[in-house]
Design a protein around this ligand. Structure first.
Ligand code: SAH
Length: 361
């Protein structure tokens, strides 16, 4: 049994079964035993590899995107560049290096990094030690001062935010809980009482879903806070993640040691994530008056930002590494339902004063 499972069992013993979202929040974010608390899961030897770890081109293009957006905003003297869940800090390091060519943008920058994991925070401090811009760390977006316009970047962040699940029963939707099964192991079970007023929360076309149907949803808190800040302070947020276009079904999955694992087994030692519901995210931001751009596929987004030209430039400079650069370009833009270029989508949220944004056509 993992140390976190022992903790979760104590909670269940006192409170009874806990919602899937609470299980996910503990599994990832428990301060000492959570998945992100003590480990660096990224890169070729970790559990998975993210776009900025595949190639420097990803972060560089995002840095140039941010500089262009700053220009669209009227080049304000001060701009907050916020990253949610910066991992190893690779994306930010590549972005800041590339953005040096936009000297005034670089000079206007202050960077805020929102990170819950102490281990990853240390890693980010190392990666960004010589970046030449002021850096601050925060445990949540709520801690980022509500001052100055902002540009927010979040790559593979929203998929790590906890999801709730409900299953359609005869008399309504029941929340899925984590409790103990007859064999004494952690097990999924439905809350005996239906959730009051749940159907009204669902998109109209799903209200007549058949018994057994599963609906997954996330708290709107992060998106709502982003939308509100973008409208109040001005600016834009770029969110890149794998996700779907709404609808029924469960996507919660566990990854450990480069392969799929069981969601309830070895809590704290496997990564949990769930697809991002882009329409839900767009609705939550729009409620606060933010404009929504996209989603477009990662392939479209990176191609419009000029990833092919960037790759050619790098190849000229790097010579021997040409094959590696071609492989990274192919991987980041790969087509097909399992290709990163298509599975991952980019969506931008923006204050109402901003018009078109680069990469969104
Ligand atoms: N953006 C990085 C890492 C993605 S993994 C990359 O693309 O490589 C998710 C990141 O979000 C990790 O840094 C994790 O520690 C952080 N994280 C997860 N949940 C969080 C939360 N609730 N608050 C702040 N950071 C969180």
């Amino acid at each position: 049994m993992t140390p976190l499972e022992a903790e979760i069992r104590k909670i269940i013993a006192v409170d009874g079964p806990i919602p899937v979202a609470q299980f996910m929040a503990l599994a990832l974010g428990h301060p000492t035993h959570g998945y992100y608390a003590g480990r660096d899961p990224f890169g070729a030897r970790g559990d998975f590899i993210t776009a900025p770890e595949i190639s420097q081109m990803f972060g560089e293009l995002i840095g140039l995107w941010a500089a262009a957006v700053w220009g669209e905003m009227g080049s304000p003297d001060r701009i907050r560049l916020v990253e949610l869940g910066p991992g190893r800090g690779t994306l930010m390091a590549d972005a800041l290096r590339a953005a040096k060519i936009a000297k005034e943008f670089h000079a206007a920058l202050a960077v805020d990094l929102v990170e819950i994991s102490p281990a990853l925070r240390r890693r980010q401090q190392e990666t960004l030690a010589d970046c030449g811009v002021p850096l601050s760390w925060h445990a949540s977006l709520a801690e980022v001062p509500e001052k100055n316009p902002l540009i927010v970047i979040a790559n593979e962040f929203f998929d790590a935010l906890p999801v709730n699940q409900a299953v359609r029963g005869k008399s309504g939707w029941h929340e899925r809980m984590v409790g103990l099964g007859d064999d004494g192991k952690l097990a999924l079970a439905l809350h005996p009482d239906p959730i009051v007023g749940f159907s009204a929360m669902l998109p109209a076309e799903l209200r007549d879903a058949p018994a057994g149907a599963i609906w997954e949803w996330r708290s709107d808190a992060w998106t709502a806070d982003l939308g509100r800040r973008l409208v109040r302070q001005g600016g834009a947020a770029l969110i890149i993640d794998y996700g779907h276009a709404g609808g029924l079904g469960e996507t919660l999955q566990a990854i450990g040691g480069h392969g799929f694992a069981q969601v309830l087994e070895r809590p704290g030692e496997v990564d949990l994530s769930a697809h991002v519901d882009f329409p839900a995210l767009a609705r939550a931001a729009a409620q606060w008056g933010a404009r929504v751009h996209g989603p477009v596929t990662q392939r479209e987004f990176l191609t419009r930002l000029g990833i092919e030209t960037r790759a050619s430039m790098l190849k000229t400079a790097a010579g021997a590494r040409a094959t590696e650069i071609d492989a990274a370009l192919a991987r980041l833009t790969e087509e097909g339902p399992r290709g990163m270029g298509e599975l991952f989508k980019a969506i931008a949220l923006a204050g109402p004063k901003l018009g078109a944004l680069p990469g969104f056509g």
